[in-house]
Structures are given as C-alpha cells and as structure tokens.
Design a protein around this ligand. Structure first.
Ligand SMILES: Cc1cc2nc3c(=O)[nH]c(=O)nc-3n(C[C@H](O)[C@H](O)[C@H](O)COP(=O)(O)OP(=O)(O)OC[C@H]3O[C@@H](n4cnc5c(N)ncnc54)[C@H](O)[C@@H]3O)c2cc1C
Ligand SMILES: NC(=O)c1ccc[n+]([C@@H]2O[C@H](COP(=O)([O-])OP(=O)(O)OC[C@H]3O[C@@H](n4cnc5c(N)ncnc54)[C@H](O)[C@@H]3O)[C@@H](O)[C@H]2O)c1
Length: 501
C-alpha cells in the first residue's frame, strides 16, 4: 500500500461525525498551517452549533448536518475526501479508501463512530436507528404500521415510545424499570405517567429520603395510553392518576397508520427469544398465539416471558458497537471488552501515531472517581476537541494534561419532555452498596436524586426545571462534607444556593 500513496497529509481524521469534525476544528485552530484531511463516508458532516457552556462541565449545543464545503471554506488547509476507509496499514502509515485511493499520514485520528447493535442481522423486519437514512426509513415504515415492537431500554427506546403516535407500541425491556441506562426505578416511576398524556393530575409535593418502588413481576406488563377512554390492563403496578402529558406535537412527528391513538404496552424483564415470519410461526409447535391472530402480521416476536406478539416491524434499540472493522486487519490494536479501540489519557490507541475519539473508542485511562464514559454527543465533542489538542501538542512537543471535562460526568438531555441532568455517579455506578440516596419528588414537576458516599455528594439525577445543576456540580467537585445538612439538603423551602455561599 505504501508505494501507492496519492498524497501524505500531516494529519488525517477519519469520520465526519461530531468527534471527527471537532478534532479537525481544534487541530486547524492550533496549527493553522497544517496540511490535514478529513476522510468520511457520507456526503455531509455533523457540526456543533449554538454551543453553550452551562456550568463548569455541563454543556448544551445543537447538532447540524452540513455540506462538507462549509468546513473547507472555514479551513483552507483542509481537504475533505468523501470515501470510506477500507483498510489501514499502521506500519506504512497509510490507508486505502473504497474507491481505491491510498493516503499517507503522519498522525491519524479514527472517529468512525458506532453502529446499532442489532438483535439480529439481515432481518428486513428488524430496524436500527442511527443516522438520517435509518431515521427516514423508520419514519417511512412507521407511516404504514399499526403495531411495532421496541426492544431496548436506553436513549433511543425512551425517545421512541414517547414520540410515536398513531401506532401501538409494545415495549420490551429486560429490566424491572424503564430507562435503566439513564436512571433508576424511582425516576422511572416519576416518568411513567407521561406515557398517559391527557390525564390531568394535581401536583403534590412529596419529599422522600429513601424510595421504595413496587416492581413489576418478572414478565409483568403495563399498558399506558393517551386515549382517555381506553382500558387499562396489565399485571404490573398501575399509576394512581397521571400527569398532564407533554405536547406530543412538539419535536419530531413520528406517526403510524392509525391516526389519533397512542398506546404503549410495557413488557418488563424479558428479552427476545425468537423472531418469526408468519409462515415460520405456523410451523412452530411452541407458538402461544390464538389461531385467528396468526398470519395477520408480517413478523412475530417471541419473548422470554413466553408471550408472542405480531407486529409490522421491530425496532432494535439495543445499543451500539464501535465501527472498528476496517481498521483492524493486519494491525495490532488493543480492543476493550465493548469492542472499542482502547485509548490512553492522550487519546492514543496502542498503535503508534494513531489516535481515536468518540463512539469508536473506549477510554482506558484511570478515570476520575466522578466520570464514566457513555457514548453521547457531549463526550464525542469533548473527546474530539481534546484529541485535536493532544495531536497538536505532540507534534509541537508541548506538554498536555487530561482535560477538566473528564473530571465529572455531566449530561443534559430531554426525556418525555422533561429536562434531565445527570451528574457524576448518578446511579451509584461502581459504588457497590456504599452510598445513600436523598430523593425529592413532586409528581409531574420534578424528581431530584442525590447520591452521597461518606457524606459527600458523588452524583445526582435532576428531572424537570430544578435549577440545581450548578450548585450540585460544585458540591460534587469540591467534595464538601454534607453530613451536617442531612435531609435539609433537599428541603424545597431552602434556597440551596444561598446555603452554600
Ligand atoms: C437516534 C440517536 C439519538 C441520539 N441522541 C443523543 C442525544 O440526545 N444526546 C447525546 O448526547 N447523544 C445522542 N446520541 C448519541 C450520539 O449521536 C453519538 O454518541 C455521537 O454522535 C457519536 O459521535 P461520533 O463522531 O463518535 O460518531 P458518528 O456520529 O457515528 O460519526 C461517525 C462518522 O464516521 C464515518 N465513518 C464510519 N466508518 C467510516 C469509514 N470506514 N471510513 C470513513 N468514514 C467512516 C461516518 O460516515 C460518520 O460520519 C444519539 C444517537 C442516536 C443514534
Ligand atoms: N438523549 C440521549 O442522551 C440519547 C438519546 C438517544 C440515544 N442516545 C445514545 O445513542 C446510543 C444508542 O442508543 P440506544 O438506546 O440504542 O443504546 P443505549 O446504550 O442507551 O441502550 C441500550 C439498551 O438496550 C438494552 N439491551 C442491550 N441488548 C439487549 C438485548 N439483547 N435485548 C434487550 N435489551 C437489550 C440495554 O439494556 C439498554 O437498556 C447510545 O450511546 C445512547 O446513549 C442518547
């Protein structure tokens, strides 16, 4: 490959997502004269716009798809190559693209992102959602669908079950409560009434220092509907009254074939056992469907709780796998258990002069006690930015230290139309049983959870407009001993900001 090099760039970045584009921007601003190339598979790049630093570590921004020319106009030394990398030879410092061209690099950063970890490959009835194309495909299929099954309990599932309208949704989760990647059973219970939009509920303040939640029995189910007249079913806990649902017409409109009705049925603590076509189902001796239902759906899903549901298609919202394949053959990359390229505290992989950032990599340095990696836009931006700085520092022989953004995990997002802020070890991750929780919950308004370890705040979940993020961020960062404040910490009648001034 080495002798076929069309050109050698000082820096090559692979991937036009948030990580790659931010890395390009940072490198270009650190070394404006550097000759650099962005190799990306798609025609567009992802740009961060309206960036706002909300507090020391919390940040908010929009993500926009833009033509790559915007980037080239901004950075005259940048060449954008629209092709996918087919192979990499780290020894000769060269990579080959699918259109047969070979490029050399002095330093390379791999920002190839991830792809949906589908329940099954090559099944036309199982969809994953990742990029604009797959989202459009989902919208198109949904417009003709009467029933879909959503499998998974993370970010995408939470968004979909809330947004989809005009189509029955069966939501299969393997846990005891919804949203396990982002919060616990208490927060799940706070959010569940949002699936029953339309039913007004009086806000009542309740302050709890411990929570107990009734959990659905294994394989139990719950049905939530926005239709006031619809029947409630199920063996799991039912919610006494429900909050006014958020505005369904805001944001993305994801509408099925049946206008006007929304129904989400939850199947807890189960996974997918098998996926059948109607013909296969008829031949299956274990099928548990009533005969009149067989054959009326194109695909059937048998769950581990013994139930089988027919549907128009299945959404596999079951996480992502790092896109490492084109880079591995013939090289010696150390991979993490989750399949990501291992990177050290300078974002360097185990191969010389090769860096990685964003969803494709796994942070393998010794983490700050309050930080963990999650595959999110925020972290893709932070890693891209920091990697650009590291690459520049290394060629300029300047020292560089791990950026402050890796001190504290922080994420702002929106679920069920509530603002959600996650800080530090928000679910007591890695703390074993060595922590206590303080919880304040106002139905339909806010859910505040604080994780304390040894009397110090180590994490928090803030749902709703709590306005507590900055104060809590400070308390986590400064590790003040909060023992003497006890439950007063969450007393809604105390202005906590004044308290700690
Ligand atoms: C539906 C959905 C909703 C999400 N919502 C949120 C959210 O609300 N908040 C949040 O923080 N995060 C969210 N995320 C996660 C977030 O989008 C990702 O963590 C982030 O985009 C990762 O950025 P990246 O640059 O590492 O990878 P990507 O954005 O996946 O970019 C990878 C790039 O690499 C290119 N590429 C891949 N392979 C090659 C190759 N061989 N050769 C050349 N180019 C290649 C691709 O074309 C692409 O341009 C969401 C994800 C999904 C799928
Ligand atoms: N608002 C946000 O912050 C947001 C929104 C959407 C997506 N995202 C990110 O986008 C990426 C993709 O989202 P996602 O929801 O697919 O991933 P995720 O990692 O958030 O959640 C995956 C879920 O699938 C479950 N799961 C995994 N394998 C399973 C199986 N075989 N059967 C049943 N369940 C299984 C996991 O327990 C987990 O609940 C993630 O990195 C996520 O963090 C973030």
């Amino acid at each position: 490959m080495a002798d076929r090099k069309e050109k050698t760039f000082r820096f090559v970045i692979v991937g036009g997502g948030i990580a790659g584009v931010t890395c390009v921007e940072q490198l270009s601003s650190q070394i404006p004269s550097a000759d650099l190339a962005l190799i990306t598979a798609g025609p567009h790049i992802k740009a961060v716009t309206n960036y706002k630093q909300v507090s020391k570590t919390l940040e908010e921004f929009d993500v926009e798809e833009q033509p790559s020319s915007v980037l080239e106009e901004k950075f005259p030394n940048l060449t954008v190559i629209h092709s996918a990398v087919k192979s990499l030879d780290t020894q000769s410092h060269s990579l080959e693209t699918t259109d047969g061209r070979v490029f050399g690099y002095e330093k390379l950063c791999i920002c190839g992102g991830g792809r949906p970890k589908l329940l099954t490959q090559d099944n036309p009835y199982v969809l994953g959602i990742r990029d604009t194309d797959s989202a459009q495909e989902f919208q198109k299929r949904l417009s003709k669908a009467k029933r879909i099954i959503v499998v998974g309990n993370g970010g995408i599932a939470l968004e979909l079950v809330y947004e989809v309208d005009g189509c029955e949704v069966i939501w299969a989760v393997k846990d005891k409560a919804i949203g396990n990647t982002f919060f616990d059973a208490g927060a799940a219970q706070f959010l569940i009434p949002s699936l029953e939009a339309d039913k007004p509920e009086r806000a009542a303040l309740c302050k709890r220092t411990r929570y107990t939640t009734e959990e659905p029995a294994p394989g139990g189910s719950q049905t939530f509907t926005a239709d006031r007249n619809a029947r409630r079913q199920g063996t799991g806990p039912t919610e006494a009254g429900s909050a006014l649902g958020p505005d369904w017409h805001e944001g993305i409109v994801l509408r099925g074939a049946e206008q006007g009705t929304r129904r989400v049925s939850l199947e807890y603590q189960c996974e997918v056992e098998q996926i059948f076509t109607s013909e296969e189902l008829l031949k299956s001796p274990q099928q548990t469907l009533r005969p009149e239902n067989v054959g009326s759906w194109p695909v059937y899903v048998q769950l581990t709780n013994g139930k089988t549901f027919g549907c128009d298609f299945v959404v596999s919202a079951t996480g992502v796998v790092p896109n490492t394949e084109p880079f591995l053959h013939g090289n010696n990359f150390a991979l993490a258990d989750d399949g990501g390229l291992q990177v050290d505290d300078h974002m360097m992989t185990s191969e010389p002069d090769v860096y990685a950032a964003g969803d494709v990599c796994t942070a393998c340095w010794e983490h700050s006690p309050m930080w963990q990696q999650m595959r999110l836009w925020t972290q893709a931006r932070q890693m891209g930015w920091y990697t650009g700085r590291c690459m520049a520092a290394h060629v300029l022989s300047e020292p560089i230290e791990l950026d402050f953004c890796f001190e504290l995990f922080s994420h702002i997002t929106k679920f069920f139309n509530y603002k959600v802020v996650l800080l530090g070890k928000f679910n007591g991750q890695g703390l074993g049983l060595d922590y206590e929780l303080l919880i304040r919950c106002t139905k339909g308004q806010e859910y505040v959870k604080v994780v304390l370890s040894g009397g110090r705040m180590v994490g928090a979940v803030l749902i709703g407009d709590t306005d507590l993020e900055e104060t809590f961020e400070n308390l986590i960062l400064n590790q003040m001993d909060l023992t003497r404040y006890g439950e007063e910490l969450l007393n809604p009648n105390i202005d906590i900001e004044d308290y700690f001034d």
